[in-house]
Write a protein that binds this ligand. Structure first.
Ligand SMILES: [Zn+2]
Length: 393
């Protein structure tokens, strides 16, 4: 009955908004064992779907091009040949489920059962063990037809003539990021904060903020870098709130790019951040390599110096309104900081693994005061760049 009501409301809303209809994923589950594992997806209507495989690590990707999920995604528990799974949107109305495989699998059967009231439509995928060679061969076959994350239409260059600052709320969609003990998700903390910071920067009137995402959808790390590069951003700030094993660690930290990490904590964090694309079901080869070129190298060196200068001044300006980490400027090899010509920092607002930090993220007043402090630091840095005669955009 509830489903029926929701369906009716949805149809009315759709008629009013004139937007495309999206099939709703109501439930999913694993059945069976390591000999034969069945994955079942319950949906409102019979779905379109594309199944593909990826190796290193071995994953099975299920793309549902006209679907959305019912409620916030929770990671699924593994069973049989599947060690765990997750799901989320990779673009509005485009759902993806990623199964992490405990062993190479063969898709032995797939079928769709049409909905028969009160039963929902079902997508059924049967898996059986196979050899690594067979699995790799399937990965190669899948490559051409695997839908890639569609590049988002790039927002236009700032028409105001003001320097453009790209704010990058970490994670999103299928990649929830870190999860606090109390259940708060990093992708929500980062988006809330980025929206607040954008508001603050816009109100300041000295520069123009641009967000890499404004809703709960996934972007690859290179897509995020591309937004900064294509818009010739004067500055790129990636926003995060991760977890570390040491749950006493708290406070904000500013990271800059370095091939050699400043410490173990920074190295571990960068490694986890760099896994975002793998979690979302992207192949490693989807990501372009760094360009080796002398001019790019020179630009990169100057950019790194500017990034460090900004990181240091940011740490100084944050002291009054932030609880800072005991070592607030650290360095590591974050993929998202690799734009050769855009000064970039990664800001960890705090740690979801720390109870005090999580409570802080949940409080109503924290984003505003802290967004103000960062906005002023960003403005001061870019004003300094302008007087130094540097190209800021
Ligand atoms: Zn993160």
């Amino acid at each position: 009955m509830q489903n029926m009501l929701r369906f009716l409301c949805f149809m009315i809303a759709t008629a009013i908004a004139g937007s495309a209809w999206a099939n709703i994923v109501a439930d999913m589950r694993l059945i069976g064992d390591a000999e034969r594992t069945r994955f079942v997806v319950d949906m409102e209507a019979s779905p379109e779907y594309v199944i593909s495989r990826l190796s290193d690590p071995d994953r099975l990707i299920i793309d549902l091009p006209d679907a959305e999920f019912d409620g916030p995604p929770e990671p699924g528990e593994g069973r049989g040949l599947v060690s765990d799974y997750r799901y989320g949107l990779i673009a509005p109305g485009k759902a993806r489920i990623v199964l992490d495989l405990g062993a190479p699998v063969e898709v032995v059967n797939t079928f769709v059962l049409d909905p028969v009231s009160p039963e929902p439509a079902r997508l059924v995928i049967d898996l059986a063990p196979t050899s690594t060679e067979q699995f790799e061969a399937a990965v190669s076959r899948d490559r051409p037809q695997r839908p890639r994350v569609a590049p988002r239409p790039g927002p236009p260059l700032a028409e105001t003539g003001l320097p453009l600052v790209v704010l990058d709320p970490g994670h999103g969609g299928i990649d929830s990021g870190a999860v606090g003990k109390g259940g708060l998700r990093e992708k929500e903390v980062t988006l809330d904060f980025a929206l607040e910071l954008a508001k603050e920067l816009r109100a300041g009137g000295k520069l123009e903020p641009l967000l890499t995402r404004e809703d709960d959808t996934f972007l690859s790390l290179s897509d995020r870098v591309d937004v900064a590069r294509e818009n010739q951003a004067a500055l790129f700030v990636s926003i995060h709130a991760d977890t570390v094993r040491q749950d006493y660690v708290r406070g904000a930290t500013v990271y800059t790019l370095s091939d050699d990490a400043s410490d173990e904590l920074a190295a571990a964090l960068a490694e986890r951040e760099n896994r975002s694309d793998i979690l979302a079901g992207l192949a490693i080869e989807d990501q372009p390599d760094d360009v080796a070129d002398i001019l790019v190298d020179l630009a990169r060196r100057e950019t790194r110096n500017l990034s460090v200068r900004f990181a240091k001044s940011l740490v100084g300006d944050m002291e009054d309104s932030f609880t800072l980490n005991s070592n607030p400027w650290r360095r590591a090899a974050f993929k998202v900081l690799k734009a050769p010509e855009v000064p970039s920092v990664l800001l960890e607002l705090g740690y979801l693994s720390n109870e005090e930090d999580e409570a802080m993220f949940r409080s109503e007043e924290w984003p505003e005061a802290q967004a103000k402090a960062i906005a002023r630091a960003v403005e001061a840095f870019l004003a300094g760049q302008l007087t130094a005669g540097k190209r800021v955009r």
